[in-house]
Design a protein around this ligand. Structure first.
Ligand SMILES: Cc1cc2nc3c(=O)[nH]c(=O)nc-3n(C[C@H](O)[C@H](O)[C@H](O)COP(=O)(O)OP(=O)(O)OC[C@H]3O[C@@H](n4cnc5c(N)ncnc54)[C@H](O)[C@@H]3O)c2cc1C
Length: 398
Protein backbone atom coordinates (compact mmCIF):
# COMPACT_ATOMS: atom_id res chain seq x y z
CA UNK A 1 0.00 0.00 0.00
CA UNK A 2 1.23 3.54 -0.80
CA UNK A 3 0.88 4.83 2.74
CA UNK A 4 1.58 8.57 3.15
CA UNK A 5 2.11 8.00 6.86
CA UNK A 6 4.97 5.60 6.19
CA UNK A 7 7.86 5.88 8.63
CA UNK A 8 11.16 7.45 7.51
CA UNK A 9 13.23 4.97 5.50
CA UNK A 10 16.44 4.62 3.59
CA UNK A 11 16.18 6.55 0.38
CA UNK A 12 15.73 4.04 -2.47
CA UNK A 13 17.48 4.86 -5.71
CA UNK A 14 15.07 4.84 -8.65
CA UNK A 15 15.78 6.06 -12.16
CA UNK A 16 13.65 9.13 -12.94
CA UNK A 17 12.44 7.39 -16.10
CA UNK A 18 11.34 8.71 -19.46
CA UNK A 19 9.65 12.03 -20.15
CA UNK A 20 7.10 10.77 -22.75
CA UNK A 21 7.95 13.19 -25.60
CA UNK A 22 5.38 11.65 -27.98
CA UNK A 23 2.58 11.87 -25.44
CA UNK A 24 3.55 15.48 -24.74
CA UNK A 25 3.57 16.39 -28.43
CA UNK A 26 0.12 14.83 -28.88
CA UNK A 27 -1.32 16.71 -25.90
CA UNK A 28 0.19 19.99 -27.10
CA UNK A 29 -1.36 19.52 -30.55
CA UNK A 30 -4.76 18.83 -29.01
CA UNK A 31 -4.51 21.82 -26.68
CA UNK A 32 -3.67 24.13 -29.59
CA UNK A 33 -7.32 23.68 -30.64
CA UNK A 34 -8.40 25.26 -27.31
CA UNK A 35 -6.72 28.69 -27.19
CA UNK A 36 -7.02 31.39 -24.53
CA UNK A 37 -10.18 32.74 -26.13
CA UNK A 38 -11.95 29.43 -25.48
CA UNK A 39 -10.95 29.37 -21.79
CA UNK A 40 -11.78 33.04 -21.31
CA UNK A 41 -15.32 32.37 -22.52
CA UNK A 42 -15.67 29.38 -20.22
CA UNK A 43 -14.30 31.38 -17.29
CA UNK A 44 -16.56 34.36 -17.91
CA UNK A 45 -19.71 32.25 -17.98
CA UNK A 46 -18.44 29.61 -15.51
CA UNK A 47 -19.13 26.94 -18.12
CA UNK A 48 -17.82 23.38 -18.03
CA UNK A 49 -15.38 22.87 -20.95
CA UNK A 50 -17.22 19.85 -22.38
CA UNK A 51 -15.59 20.08 -25.84
CA UNK A 52 -12.13 20.00 -24.31
CA UNK A 53 -12.97 17.04 -22.06
CA UNK A 54 -14.54 15.22 -24.99
CA UNK A 55 -11.44 15.78 -27.13
CA UNK A 56 -9.17 14.44 -24.38
CA UNK A 57 -11.47 11.45 -23.92
CA UNK A 58 -11.58 10.64 -27.64
CA UNK A 59 -7.80 10.90 -27.87
CA UNK A 60 -7.55 8.37 -25.02
CA UNK A 61 -5.67 10.63 -22.59
CA UNK A 62 -8.21 10.25 -19.80
CA UNK A 63 -7.86 6.47 -20.05
CA UNK A 64 -4.06 6.60 -20.17
CA UNK A 65 -3.62 5.03 -16.72
CA UNK A 66 -6.31 2.35 -17.08
CA UNK A 67 -4.60 -1.03 -17.71
CA UNK A 68 -4.72 -2.39 -21.24
CA UNK A 69 -6.73 -5.38 -19.99
CA UNK A 70 -9.60 -2.97 -19.34
CA UNK A 71 -9.22 -1.03 -22.57
CA UNK A 72 -6.89 1.76 -21.45
CA UNK A 73 -3.28 2.48 -22.42
CA UNK A 74 -1.74 1.07 -19.24
CA UNK A 75 0.69 3.95 -18.89
CA UNK A 76 2.38 4.81 -15.57
CA UNK A 77 1.55 7.79 -13.36
CA UNK A 78 4.63 9.53 -14.81
CA UNK A 79 2.82 9.65 -18.16
CA UNK A 80 -0.26 11.11 -16.45
CA UNK A 81 2.02 13.80 -15.03
CA UNK A 82 3.30 14.55 -18.54
CA UNK A 83 -0.27 14.80 -19.90
CA UNK A 84 -1.46 17.18 -17.18
CA UNK A 85 1.73 19.24 -17.31
CA UNK A 86 1.35 19.82 -21.06
CA UNK A 87 -2.33 20.71 -20.69
CA UNK A 88 -1.39 23.39 -18.17
CA UNK A 89 1.70 24.59 -19.99
CA UNK A 90 -0.50 25.15 -23.03
CA UNK A 91 -2.75 27.51 -21.02
CA UNK A 92 -5.56 24.96 -20.69
CA UNK A 93 -6.88 23.55 -17.42
CA UNK A 94 -7.01 19.86 -16.53
CA UNK A 95 -9.24 20.48 -13.51
CA UNK A 96 -12.28 19.71 -15.62
CA UNK A 97 -11.27 16.08 -15.89
CA UNK A 98 -8.05 15.20 -14.00
CA UNK A 99 -9.87 13.30 -11.23
CA UNK A 100 -10.60 10.37 -13.51
CA UNK A 101 -6.90 9.56 -13.59
CA UNK A 102 -6.61 9.07 -9.83
CA UNK A 103 -10.12 8.05 -8.75
CA UNK A 104 -9.93 5.18 -11.23
CA UNK A 105 -6.98 3.85 -9.18
CA UNK A 106 -9.22 3.32 -6.14
CA UNK A 107 -11.43 1.03 -8.20
CA UNK A 108 -8.44 -0.65 -9.81
CA UNK A 109 -6.61 -1.42 -6.57
CA UNK A 110 -9.55 -2.22 -4.31
CA UNK A 111 -12.57 -3.01 -6.49
CA UNK A 112 -13.80 -6.56 -7.07
CA UNK A 113 -13.23 -8.36 -10.37
CA UNK A 114 -16.89 -7.77 -11.28
CA UNK A 115 -16.74 -4.06 -10.45
CA UNK A 116 -13.63 -3.61 -12.57
CA UNK A 117 -15.14 -5.53 -15.49
CA UNK A 118 -18.37 -3.56 -15.23
CA UNK A 119 -16.95 -0.05 -14.98
CA UNK A 120 -13.38 0.27 -16.20
CA UNK A 121 -13.88 -0.70 -19.88
CA UNK A 122 -16.83 1.70 -20.17
CA UNK A 123 -14.74 4.47 -18.61
CA UNK A 124 -11.85 3.64 -20.94
CA UNK A 125 -14.18 3.81 -23.97
CA UNK A 126 -15.37 7.23 -22.83
CA UNK A 127 -18.97 6.05 -22.36
CA UNK A 128 -18.93 6.81 -18.63
CA UNK A 129 -17.21 9.58 -16.71
CA UNK A 130 -15.73 8.96 -13.27
CA UNK A 131 -14.89 12.57 -12.53
CA UNK A 132 -16.27 13.13 -9.02
CA UNK A 133 -14.56 12.34 -5.75
CA UNK A 134 -16.53 13.14 -2.59
CA UNK A 135 -14.49 13.39 0.60
CA UNK A 136 -14.58 16.93 2.05
CA UNK A 137 -17.37 17.93 4.44
CA UNK A 138 -18.32 21.38 5.72
CA UNK A 139 -18.12 20.40 9.39
CA UNK A 140 -14.82 18.52 9.45
CA UNK A 141 -12.68 19.97 6.62
CA UNK A 142 -9.12 18.64 6.59
CA UNK A 143 -9.91 16.27 9.46
CA UNK A 144 -11.12 13.54 7.09
CA UNK A 145 -11.17 10.75 9.68
CA UNK A 146 -13.97 12.55 11.52
CA UNK A 147 -16.33 12.92 8.58
CA UNK A 148 -20.01 12.54 9.35
CA UNK A 149 -21.84 11.44 6.21
CA UNK A 150 -23.23 7.99 7.03
CA UNK A 151 -23.86 4.87 4.99
CA UNK A 152 -26.12 2.51 6.95
CA UNK A 153 -26.89 -1.01 5.77
CA UNK A 154 -30.66 -1.53 5.48
CA UNK A 155 -31.58 -4.95 4.08
CA UNK A 156 -30.19 -5.16 0.60
CA UNK A 157 -29.16 -1.50 0.38
CA UNK A 158 -26.95 1.17 1.92
CA UNK A 159 -28.74 4.36 2.93
CA UNK A 160 -26.64 7.52 2.67
CA UNK A 161 -27.30 10.68 4.69
CA UNK A 162 -25.16 13.77 5.15
CA UNK A 163 -23.48 16.57 3.28
CA UNK A 164 -20.31 17.13 1.27
CA UNK A 165 -18.73 20.36 0.08
CA UNK A 166 -16.37 21.35 -2.75
CA UNK A 167 -17.21 18.26 -4.74
CA UNK A 168 -15.99 19.20 -8.17
CA UNK A 169 -17.49 18.04 -11.47
CA UNK A 170 -20.39 16.26 -9.72
CA UNK A 171 -22.80 17.69 -12.30
CA UNK A 172 -20.63 16.40 -15.14
CA UNK A 173 -19.89 12.89 -13.98
CA UNK A 174 -21.78 9.63 -14.34
CA UNK A 175 -20.00 8.02 -11.41
CA UNK A 176 -18.65 9.28 -8.10
CA UNK A 177 -16.31 7.82 -5.51
CA UNK A 178 -17.81 8.54 -2.07
CA UNK A 179 -16.18 8.23 1.36
CA UNK A 180 -18.80 7.73 4.08
CA UNK A 181 -18.96 6.51 7.65
CA UNK A 182 -20.21 2.93 8.15
CA UNK A 183 -19.26 2.72 11.86
CA UNK A 184 -20.10 5.50 14.34
CA UNK A 185 -16.94 7.30 15.58
CA UNK A 186 -17.52 6.17 19.19
CA UNK A 187 -17.52 2.50 18.09
CA UNK A 188 -14.27 2.65 16.12
CA UNK A 189 -10.99 1.37 17.51
CA UNK A 190 -8.78 3.78 15.57
CA UNK A 191 -9.15 7.03 13.61
CA UNK A 192 -8.39 5.18 10.38
CA UNK A 193 -11.27 2.72 10.65
CA UNK A 194 -15.02 2.96 10.22
CA UNK A 195 -15.07 4.73 6.83
CA UNK A 196 -15.99 3.01 3.57
CA UNK A 197 -15.67 3.79 -0.11
CA UNK A 198 -18.64 3.54 -2.47
CA UNK A 199 -19.09 3.97 -6.18
CA UNK A 200 -22.26 6.01 -6.65
CA UNK A 201 -24.08 5.95 -9.97
CA UNK A 202 -24.98 9.63 -10.29
CA UNK A 203 -27.45 8.97 -13.10
CA UNK A 204 -29.65 7.11 -10.63
CA UNK A 205 -28.82 9.06 -7.48
CA UNK A 206 -29.57 12.65 -8.53
CA UNK A 207 -33.18 13.43 -7.70
CA UNK A 208 -33.54 10.22 -5.67
CA UNK A 209 -31.85 11.31 -2.44
CA UNK A 210 -28.91 13.23 -3.86
CA UNK A 211 -29.15 16.98 -4.52
CA UNK A 212 -26.30 18.91 -6.13
CA UNK A 213 -25.93 22.65 -5.56
CA UNK A 214 -23.21 24.48 -7.56
CA UNK A 215 -20.87 26.87 -5.70
CA UNK A 216 -19.69 29.93 -7.61
CA UNK A 217 -15.98 30.42 -6.91
CA UNK A 218 -13.09 32.70 -7.97
CA UNK A 219 -12.19 30.14 -10.64
CA UNK A 220 -14.16 28.10 -13.14
CA UNK A 221 -14.04 24.73 -11.37
CA UNK A 222 -17.57 23.26 -11.55
CA UNK A 223 -17.47 22.63 -7.83
CA UNK A 224 -20.59 21.85 -5.78
CA UNK A 225 -22.23 21.00 -2.49
CA UNK A 226 -23.91 17.61 -2.16
CA UNK A 227 -26.87 16.82 0.06
CA UNK A 228 -27.68 13.17 0.78
CA UNK A 229 -31.16 12.56 2.09
CA UNK A 230 -31.87 8.81 2.35
CA UNK A 231 -30.06 8.01 -0.87
CA UNK A 232 -30.35 4.24 -1.39
CA UNK A 233 -27.57 2.46 -3.24
CA UNK A 234 -27.04 -1.26 -3.90
CA UNK A 235 -24.60 -3.25 -1.72
CA UNK A 236 -22.30 -3.90 -4.66
CA UNK A 237 -21.54 -0.15 -4.64
CA UNK A 238 -19.14 -0.86 -1.78
CA UNK A 239 -15.51 -0.92 -2.91
CA UNK A 240 -13.28 -3.27 -0.96
CA UNK A 241 -13.99 -4.04 2.67
CA UNK A 242 -16.40 -2.11 4.84
CA UNK A 243 -14.57 0.14 7.33
CA UNK A 244 -11.28 0.19 5.42
CA UNK A 245 -12.09 3.09 3.10
CA UNK A 246 -9.77 5.67 4.63
CA UNK A 247 -6.75 3.54 3.76
CA UNK A 248 -8.01 3.11 0.19
CA UNK A 249 -8.42 6.85 -0.17
CA UNK A 250 -4.91 7.44 1.18
CA UNK A 251 -3.60 5.05 -1.47
CA UNK A 252 -5.18 7.20 -4.15
CA UNK A 253 -4.04 10.45 -2.59
CA UNK A 254 -0.40 9.87 -3.42
CA UNK A 255 -1.34 9.46 -7.08
CA UNK A 256 -3.55 12.55 -6.84
CA UNK A 257 -0.77 14.67 -5.33
CA UNK A 258 1.77 13.57 -7.92
CA UNK A 259 -0.60 14.18 -10.83
CA UNK A 260 -1.61 17.59 -9.51
CA UNK A 261 2.10 18.44 -9.13
CA UNK A 262 2.33 17.93 -12.89
CA UNK A 263 -0.36 20.57 -13.35
CA UNK A 264 1.59 22.94 -11.09
CA UNK A 265 4.80 22.42 -13.10
CA UNK A 266 2.81 23.06 -16.28
CA UNK A 267 1.41 26.29 -14.85
CA UNK A 268 4.85 27.41 -13.68
CA UNK A 269 6.31 26.82 -17.13
CA UNK A 270 3.37 28.62 -18.77
CA UNK A 271 4.00 31.70 -16.60
CA UNK A 272 7.77 31.59 -17.13
CA UNK A 273 7.33 31.30 -20.92
CA UNK A 274 4.95 34.26 -20.92
CA UNK A 275 7.05 36.39 -18.58
CA UNK A 276 10.26 35.71 -20.53
CA UNK A 277 8.69 36.55 -23.88
CA UNK A 278 7.15 39.75 -22.58
CA UNK A 279 10.33 40.83 -20.75
CA UNK A 280 12.26 40.55 -24.01
CA UNK A 281 9.71 42.39 -26.10
CA UNK A 282 8.36 45.18 -23.87
CA UNK A 283 10.50 48.32 -24.02
CA UNK A 284 10.31 51.04 -21.38
CA UNK A 285 12.96 53.75 -20.87
CA UNK A 286 14.38 52.75 -24.23
CA UNK A 287 15.31 49.17 -23.37
CA UNK A 288 13.63 45.78 -22.85
CA UNK A 289 12.30 45.51 -19.31
CA UNK A 290 14.03 42.09 -19.04
CA UNK A 291 17.38 43.92 -19.09
CA UNK A 292 16.59 45.18 -15.59
CA UNK A 293 17.64 42.73 -12.94
CA UNK A 294 14.54 43.63 -10.94
CA UNK A 295 12.55 41.94 -13.71
CA UNK A 296 15.06 39.32 -14.86
CA UNK A 297 16.02 37.82 -11.51
CA UNK A 298 12.52 36.91 -10.28
CA UNK A 299 11.94 35.09 -13.60
CA UNK A 300 15.28 33.30 -13.27
CA UNK A 301 14.44 32.40 -9.66
CA UNK A 302 11.02 31.04 -10.61
CA UNK A 303 12.70 29.00 -13.34
CA UNK A 304 15.20 27.52 -10.87
CA UNK A 305 12.40 26.77 -8.42
CA UNK A 306 10.36 25.06 -11.14
CA UNK A 307 13.19 22.89 -12.43
CA UNK A 308 14.01 21.83 -8.86
CA UNK A 309 10.37 21.03 -8.11
CA UNK A 310 10.14 19.03 -11.32
CA UNK A 311 12.89 16.72 -10.06
CA UNK A 312 10.85 15.96 -6.94
CA UNK A 313 7.73 15.37 -9.03
CA UNK A 314 9.62 12.94 -11.23
CA UNK A 315 11.11 11.18 -8.21
CA UNK A 316 7.69 10.81 -6.56
CA UNK A 317 6.20 9.45 -9.80
CA UNK A 318 9.10 7.03 -10.28
CA UNK A 319 8.68 5.69 -6.72
CA UNK A 320 4.91 5.36 -7.17
CA UNK A 321 5.33 3.56 -10.50
CA UNK A 322 7.90 1.22 -8.96
CA UNK A 323 5.33 0.31 -6.29
CA UNK A 324 7.52 1.80 -3.53
CA UNK A 325 6.31 3.95 -0.62
CA UNK A 326 6.22 7.57 -1.74
CA UNK A 327 4.16 9.50 0.82
CA UNK A 328 6.89 12.01 1.70
CA UNK A 329 7.87 12.54 -1.94
CA UNK A 330 4.26 12.86 -3.18
CA UNK A 331 3.56 15.47 -0.52
CA UNK A 332 6.81 17.35 -1.10
CA UNK A 333 6.25 17.27 -4.86
CA UNK A 334 2.81 18.79 -4.42
CA UNK A 335 4.10 21.49 -2.09
CA UNK A 336 7.21 22.60 -3.98
CA UNK A 337 5.48 22.43 -7.36
CA UNK A 338 2.54 24.50 -6.06
CA UNK A 339 4.99 27.02 -4.60
CA UNK A 340 6.91 27.19 -7.88
CA UNK A 341 3.67 27.78 -9.79
CA UNK A 342 2.61 30.51 -7.39
CA UNK A 343 6.03 32.25 -7.52
CA UNK A 344 5.97 32.07 -11.32
CA UNK A 345 2.40 33.41 -11.42
CA UNK A 346 3.26 36.38 -9.24
CA UNK A 347 6.40 37.10 -11.24
CA UNK A 348 4.53 36.84 -14.53
CA UNK A 349 1.85 39.25 -13.35
CA UNK A 350 4.48 41.71 -12.08
CA UNK A 351 6.43 41.46 -15.33
CA UNK A 352 3.33 42.40 -17.31
CA UNK A 353 2.59 45.45 -15.19
CA UNK A 354 -0.94 46.73 -15.80
CA UNK A 355 -1.44 44.43 -18.78
CA UNK A 356 -1.25 41.43 -16.45
CA UNK A 357 -4.67 42.46 -15.19
CA UNK A 358 -6.24 42.53 -18.65
CA UNK A 359 -8.48 39.52 -19.25
CA UNK A 360 -7.26 39.06 -22.83
CA UNK A 361 -3.72 38.27 -21.67
CA UNK A 362 -5.00 35.16 -19.78
CA UNK A 363 -2.52 35.76 -16.96
CA UNK A 364 -5.06 36.96 -14.41
CA UNK A 365 -7.18 33.84 -15.08
CA UNK A 366 -4.24 31.45 -14.76
CA UNK A 367 -3.09 33.42 -11.68
CA UNK A 368 -6.44 32.78 -9.99
CA UNK A 369 -6.44 29.15 -11.08
CA UNK A 370 -2.96 28.34 -9.79
CA UNK A 371 -3.70 29.84 -6.36
CA UNK A 372 -5.96 26.86 -5.69
CA UNK A 373 -2.98 24.51 -5.31
CA UNK A 374 -2.06 26.12 -1.98
CA UNK A 375 -5.40 24.84 -0.64
CA UNK A 376 -6.53 21.81 -2.66
CA UNK A 377 -6.39 18.89 -2.90
CA UNK A 378 -4.46 19.33 0.36
CA UNK A 379 -3.42 22.58 1.97
CA UNK A 380 0.23 23.48 2.37
CA UNK A 381 -0.06 23.51 6.17
CA UNK A 382 -1.30 19.94 6.23
CA UNK A 383 1.66 18.85 4.08
CA UNK A 384 4.06 20.62 6.45
CA UNK A 385 2.33 18.97 9.42
CA UNK A 386 2.67 15.59 7.72
CA UNK A 387 6.38 16.11 7.04
CA UNK A 388 6.98 17.47 10.53
CA UNK A 389 5.11 14.77 12.38
CA UNK A 390 5.36 11.65 10.24
CA UNK A 391 8.70 12.11 8.51
CA UNK A 392 10.74 14.13 11.03
CA UNK A 393 9.09 12.70 14.14
CA UNK A 394 8.23 16.09 15.67
CA UNK A 395 5.38 16.27 18.20
CA UNK A 396 1.89 15.90 16.74
CA UNK A 397 -0.27 19.03 16.59
CA UNK A 398 -3.49 17.13 15.94
C1 LIG B 1 -12.13 24.68 -5.90
C2 LIG B 1 -12.05 23.52 -4.95
C3 LIG B 1 -12.25 22.23 -5.43
C4 LIG B 1 -12.25 21.14 -4.55
N1 LIG B 1 -12.57 19.88 -5.03
C5 LIG B 1 -12.74 18.87 -4.13
C6 LIG B 1 -13.25 17.60 -4.56
O1 LIG B 1 -13.52 17.38 -5.75
N2 LIG B 1 -13.47 16.63 -3.62
C7 LIG B 1 -13.21 16.84 -2.30
O2 LIG B 1 -13.44 15.93 -1.50
N3 LIG B 1 -12.70 18.03 -1.86
C8 LIG B 1 -12.47 19.04 -2.74
N4 LIG B 1 -11.99 20.26 -2.31
C9 LIG B 1 -11.76 20.46 -0.88
C10 LIG B 1 -10.29 20.63 -0.54
O3 LIG B 1 -9.65 19.38 -0.56
C11 LIG B 1 -10.26 21.32 0.85
O4 LIG B 1 -10.72 22.65 0.66
C12 LIG B 1 -8.88 21.31 1.44
O5 LIG B 1 -8.46 20.00 1.74
C13 LIG B 1 -8.85 22.13 2.74
O6 LIG B 1 -9.91 21.78 3.59
P1 LIG B 1 -10.92 22.90 4.12
O7 LIG B 1 -11.30 23.79 3.01
O8 LIG B 1 -11.99 22.23 4.86
O9 LIG B 1 -10.04 23.76 5.12
P2 LIG B 1 -9.94 23.59 6.69
O10 LIG B 1 -9.62 22.18 7.05
O11 LIG B 1 -11.11 24.23 7.31
O12 LIG B 1 -8.65 24.48 6.97
C14 LIG B 1 -8.66 25.92 6.85
C15 LIG B 1 -7.24 26.42 6.94
O13 LIG B 1 -6.68 26.04 8.21
C16 LIG B 1 -5.50 25.28 8.02
N5 LIG B 1 -5.43 24.21 9.04
C17 LIG B 1 -6.42 23.34 9.41
N6 LIG B 1 -5.98 22.50 10.35
C18 LIG B 1 -4.68 22.83 10.58
C19 LIG B 1 -3.64 22.32 11.42
N7 LIG B 1 -3.86 21.28 12.24
N8 LIG B 1 -2.42 22.91 11.39
C20 LIG B 1 -2.19 23.98 10.57
N9 LIG B 1 -3.12 24.50 9.75
C21 LIG B 1 -4.34 23.93 9.75
C22 LIG B 1 -5.59 24.70 6.62
O14 LIG B 1 -4.30 24.48 6.09
C23 LIG B 1 -6.33 25.82 5.86
O15 LIG B 1 -5.41 26.76 5.40
C24 LIG B 1 -11.96 21.36 -3.19
C25 LIG B 1 -11.71 22.65 -2.71
C26 LIG B 1 -11.76 23.72 -3.57
C27 LIG B 1 -11.53 25.12 -3.02
Amino acid sequence: MQDPSAAPRDDPVVPLGETFPDVRAGVRALCARFPGEYWRGMDRERTYPSDFVQALTEAGYLAALIPEAYGGSGLPVAAGVAILEEIHRSGCNGAACHAQMYTMGTMLRHGSKEQKQTWLPAIARGELRLQAFAVTEPGTGSDTTQLQTTAVRDGNEYVINGQKVWISRAEHSDLMILLARTTPVEETTSRRHGLSVFLVDMREAVGNGLTIRPIRTMINHATTELFFDDLRIPPDSLIGEEGEGFGYILDGMNAERILISGECIGDARYFIDKATAYAKEREVFGRPIGQNQGIQFPIARAYAQTETADLMVRKAAALFDAGLPCGPEANMAKMVAADAAWAAADTCLQTHGGFGFAEEYDIERKFRETRLYQIAPISTNLILAYLGQHVLGLPRSY
